[in-house]
Ligand binder design. Structure first.
Ligand SMILES: Nc1ncnc2c1ncn2[C@@H]1O[C@H](COP(=O)(O)OP(=O)(O)O)[C@@H](O)[C@H]1O
Ligand SMILES: [Mg+2]
Length: 219
């Protein structure tokens, strides 16, 4: 469902160039859980953002269901992202002035349907039934992370990208988030691509890919 061809990303800061992604090729099959594992600075976040239609590559292509994400207009890409792609950011990106419930609901409102019941169900699934009316400042790191997971799922995306989904959690919470991902994958046939430096996540995945210096190595 996802095909990546010769992807490159160069960051330019004044006269300095950082080659963050250097020639990545990748195919992700529907229903798989793929884990991209590598050290800090290897390019995991950059790659995930490119795969999820959130950045612009310097070269190469990303095809989701045969649509080239970077050959369509920005507005079409945003619509497609809203409908088909879920994204769990490394640092949550929750909106501080909204409650947990409102944060989860937001992508559904952008998509034209206010799914408050579904948002409440998702928050219950991630163990935050009692935190729905809290704002991000009143939530712990682990709770914020789980709100971010719930938000990524509100529009029933075909594919969900998770950037270090357990990076800020204690071992019990990260076990819960792991189990949640595998449950969603099993029950809804949702495809997951997870970036992590945690071997535990890679062990259970269908596929583990190693990234170093912006280049992938398969297993
Ligand atoms: N916005 C940016 N501008 C310049 N360099 C960046 C930017 N974002 C990331 N980088 C650089 O790109 C490389 C890959 O970063 P990143 O994708 O965040 O790696 P990871 O998520 O694996 O830690 C690093 O060298 C990082 O410093
Ligand atoms: Mg990162």
């Amino acid at each position: 469902m996802l095909k990546v061809r010769d992807l490159h990303k160069v960051y330019r800061e004044g006269s300095k160039e950082v080659y963050a992604i250097r020639g990545v090729n990748l195919e992700v099959n529907k229903g798989d859980i793929s884990v991209i594992i590598g050290p800090s600075g290897a390019g995991k976040s950059t790659l995930l953002h490119l795969l999820g239609g959130l950045d612009i590559p310097s070269a190469g292509s990303v095809l989701l269901d045969n649509i080239d994400l970077y050959k369509i207009s920005d507005s079409r890409r945003s619509k497609l992202r809203n409908k088909k792609i879920g994204f769990v950011f490394q640092f949550y990106h929750l909106l501080p002035e909204f409650t947990a419930l409102e944060n989860v609901m937001l992508p559904s409102m952008v998509g034209g349907r206010k799914r408050s019941k579904k948002a409440a169900e998702l928050l219950e699934t991630v163990g935050l039934k009692d935190r729905m009316d809290h704002r991000p400042a009143q939530l712990s790191g682990g709770e914020s992370q789980r709100v971010a997971v719930a938000r990524a799922l509100i529009n029933d995306p075909e594919i969900v990208f998770c950037d270090e989904p357990t990076g800020n959690l204690d071992s019990r919470m990260s076990e819960e988030v792991r189990n949640l991902i595998w449950k969603l994958n099993r029950e809804n046939d949702q495809t997951f691509v997870i970036a992590t430096h945690e071997p535990l996540l890679a062990q259970r995945a269908q596929r583990a890919l190693y990234i170093k210096d912006g280049m992938l190595k398969g297993d």
